[in-house]
Design a protein around this ligand. Structure first.
Ligand SMILES: *Cc1c(COP(=O)(O)O)cnc(C)c1O
Length: 440
């Protein structure tokens, strides 16, 4: 028999087809070509029958025209919950609805009762304060980096910000916190050593020119062995003695202590321990939209709010809506996935394996294997999340990525592992169909 892949049309032939050419005219040739290339790749990987290429290209071009975006929804079957390359946190249902509701005109800066101007995002800030009663005031900016930048600039620009050499971290993709802090005019005063810094090191550095003490949670690595770092309590005491605020970047946005992640700092405990300002990301462990959270003492947060840079870092109404719904609504997908129970994951995984096998998919042997999921996204690097995965032959991985919906699985020692931790139950049927199509 001849190779069925020979029946796959060529890119230029497809682009010349009248319906495709017309869509390319409306969408732009590059975007249309992108759809064609992706669909052809899928067919070459066996994830799409050659005779369905033309109709699939046309359907996708129409989808693209109506949705207006090239972003492809992905089923995250990696077991990594906060996956940076997949946009970190998937929003809760309530947050998605809230975003949609906020797309029109909304009272984001208006008091409908009086007709007067009102504080921007006041409902979101109130929700933050309700969740973290230790915070006298709160502010939301564009992301965690913006929150830290604003804190060190408003409190430390033109002065020194004292930080431990053990906390001069690179968060990822070349993004270095020291460079960020210094970019807006604060000078970093490094104290201590990479593995050990004491409160006495900070005390020696504090003086007239000190704007703030800074403590950064090294969220994506651990220094083990002969190490020490002063606690938030100790630094807060030192700060109080000198009238110097303590800024703590906790990173992952945990609002209260989580026993599953014992080493992950949280906003409430950090404020109780005496921090003046806590900064964090909204789209890591909190599971909200990309945003930067600022929580702390009213006069410090007010200084940040009034700093000219705050205007450049502020969030839009869609983010405010999504964040408020995340804070007020049911537990969002990220914390749910982090806390998913291993026995429930095992039951779901065994049932998925049985369904696939019934549909003729050749599973690897053994078909169901224990795996360790991860929080990911620069949080809790050491904490394994015990789970389960369906094991497929390696060749599935590339075809699944190009499937519809696209599925990102985990490659491990020649196997393609499908981990359900981050796959919503209501998407399991779609997952089965993609795997069956790829296996056919
Ligand atoms: C993730 C992280 C940041 C950066 O936050 P973004 O929301 O990505 O801007 C800063 N500091 C720490 C400790 C982090 O973990």
């Amino acid at each position: 028999m001849s190779d069925p892949r020979r029946a796959i049309p060529r890119t230029d032939a497809l682009l010349r087809e009248p319906a495709v050419a017309a869509a390319a005219e409306r969408l732009g040739r590059e975007r249309a070509k992108d759809v064609v290339t992706r669909t052809l790749a899928q067919a070459r990987h066996g994830a799409l029958a050659p005779h369905r290429v033309r109709e699939t290209v046309l359907a996708r071009l129409l989808d693209l025209e109506s949705s207006g975006t090239t972003l492809v929804p992905v089923l995250n079957a990696t077991g990594v919950v906060v996956h940076t390359n997949l946009g970190r946190a998937p929003l809760a249902h309530a947050a998605r609805e809230a975003v949609y509701a906020a797309t029109g005109y909304v009272d984001v800066e208006l008091d409908l009762a009086t007709g007067a101007r009102a504080g921007r995002g006041r409902g979101t800030l109130a929700a933050l304060r309700e969740r973290v009663p230790e915070a006298e005031d709160a502010l939301v900016v564009n992301n965690g980096a913006a929150a830290l930048l604003l804190a060190t600039t408003a409190l430390g620009a033109g002065r020194e910000v004292v930080v431990s050499r053990g906390e001069m971290v690179e968060i990822g993709d070349g993004f270095r916190l020291p460079a960020l802090v210094e970019s807006a005019g604060a000078r970093l005063r490094e104290v201590g050593t990479t593995n050990r810094t004491t409160v006495a090191d900070y005390a020696e550095a504090v003086g007239e020119g000190t704007g703030a003490l800074l403590k950064v949670h090294p969220s994506n690595f651990r220094v083990a062995g002969f190490t020490s770092a002063p606690t938030v309590d100790e630094l807060a005491d030192l700060g109080r003695a000198h009238g110097t605020p303590l800024v703590v970047d906790i990173g992952s946005g945990l609002l209260a202590h989580d026993p599953l992640l014992p080493d992950e700092p949280d906003a409430a405990s950090t404020l109780r321990a005496g921090a003046g300002v806590v900064t964090a990301s909204g789209d890591k462990l909190l599971g909200g939209p990309q945003s930067g959270l600022v929580l702390g003492h009213a006069p410090l947060v007010e200084r940040m709010r009034r700093h000219p840079m705050a205007r450049a870092l502020r969030v839009d109404k869609l983010t405010l809506a999504a964040l408020e719904a995340t804070l007020r609504g049911p537990v969002p997908p990220v914390p749910l996935a982090v806390h998913a129970r291993a026995d429930e994951l095992e039951a779901r995984t065994r049932s998925l394996a049985a369904r696939l096998s019934d549909r003729g998919v050749g599973l690897a042997d053994p078909a169901v294997v224990p795996v360790e999921g991860r929080v990911g996204g620069g949080g809790a690097p050491e904490v394994p999340l015990p789970g389960w995965a369906v094991s497929l032959p390696e060749r599935y991985a590339a075809a699944l990525r190009l499937g519809s919906p696209a599925v990102l699985a985990r490659l491990d020692r020649g196997r393609c592992l499908v981990d359900l931790r981050c796959v919503p139950r209501e998407q399991e049927d779609a997952l089965v169909e993609v795997v069956v199509a790829v296996g056919a």
